[in-house]
Design a protein around this ligand. Structure first.
Ligand SMILES: [Zn+2]
Length: 300
């Protein structure tokens, strides 16, 4: 049931894009081949001699895959991957990831299997403005308020909950107008500002409900508005993947809650530093910042 779902997952678009890999992993699960007299009469799946990966091989994108059969550990570049018993894993590529990385599996005898992956560059929306970047640093009183907030956010984003959202097809937490895209950035007289770390969804007002894009565990539900994020909610989807929701008007779940995909999480608002009511949704895999659009597909 569970892991076969990963190989045969409803990744229609992705199956088209990565036909070779997907077909190989589907038949490796033994559910694709009709019995034929010429076929060997064995039920055991053929061992995988390479990584089988499917997903969005681009900056801000993600992949799910299966490590070679018998791998005792696996990594993407220097990042150690969490391997399920059947070799299933999740990995992703930062907004600024280089053009090529390697999946490396270490086998029981110490040998390694390397599968390179090409990461397509994106055309980020970069705006050059003839304005100096805002002068001066943060005040001492602001930093005093900010430090514990950052510590709480960091603690929430580095938890490792036994959640399975990482293997689900994400849904939109809210439908509306996309008022800010992931990755866009302003350059102030040659000096780059920080890029937009999530996607903004606006409905024209406050108070609309939003739901969990995938299942997970609540690792942060603030009881007061943080200075920038406002009321902030973080959901851990497992394997180092998590979602954050900012500027909320209220939160309907509490820390430690297990949430299902589609479950009500709270209502949108404009708490914290926001120019108007909207939902800011960001996704991270460990330190890599990812594009939510690559998890959901276009806004319906
Ligand atoms: Zn935003």
């Amino acid at each position: 049931m569970k892991r076969i779902a990963l190989a045969a997952i409803p990744l229609c678009a992705i199956l088209l894009a990565a036909g070779g890999y997907a077909a190989a992993s589907a038949s490796a699960e033994g559910d694709a081949e009709p019995a034929e007299s010429s076929a060997p009469a064995v039920d055991a799946p053929a061992p995988r001699t390479q990584f089988s990966i499917m997903g969005e091989r681009t900056q801000g994108g993600w992949v799910r895959g299966l490590a070679p059969t018998g791998a005792v550990s696996a990594r993407l570049g220097t990042q150690e991957l969490v391997l399920e018993a059947d070799g299933a894993f999740f990995a992703a590529f930062d907004r600024d990831a280089a053009g090529q990385e390697e999946f490396v599996a270490t086998m029981a005898d110490g040998s390694t299997i390397v599968t390179p992956v090409v990461i397509a560059p994106r055309n980020w929306n970069i705006e050059h403005v003839n304005v100096a970047r805002s002068a001066g640093g943060a005040s001492a009183s602001f930093m005093e308020r900010r430090r514990p907030e950052l510590a709480q956010i960091n603690a929430a984003r580095t938890q490792d909950a036994p959640a399975t959202g990482w293997e689900e097809d994400f849904i939109w937490p809210l439908t509306g107008r996309i008022s800010g895209r992931f990755g866009s950035q302003r350059i102030y007289r040659g000096e780059p500002g920080s890029y937009h770390s999530g996607i903004d969804i606006a409905t024209g007002g406050s108070g609309n409900p939003f739901v969990a894009p995938a299942s997970g565990v609540v690792t942060l539900a603030t009881d007061r508005p943080f200075s920038l994020e406002g009321y902030l909610l973080i959901i851990d989807h497992g394997h180092g993947l998590n979602s954050a929701f900012l500027h909320l008007s209220d939160i309907a779940v509490k820390e430690g809650d297990v949430v299902e995909q589609g479950q009500l999480l709270g209502h949108i608002g404009s708490s914290g530093r926001a120019t108007g009511p909207h939902l800011h949704w960001s996704i991270k895999w460990r330190d890599a910042r990812l594009d939510p659009l690559l998890f959901t597909g276009p806004m319906p």
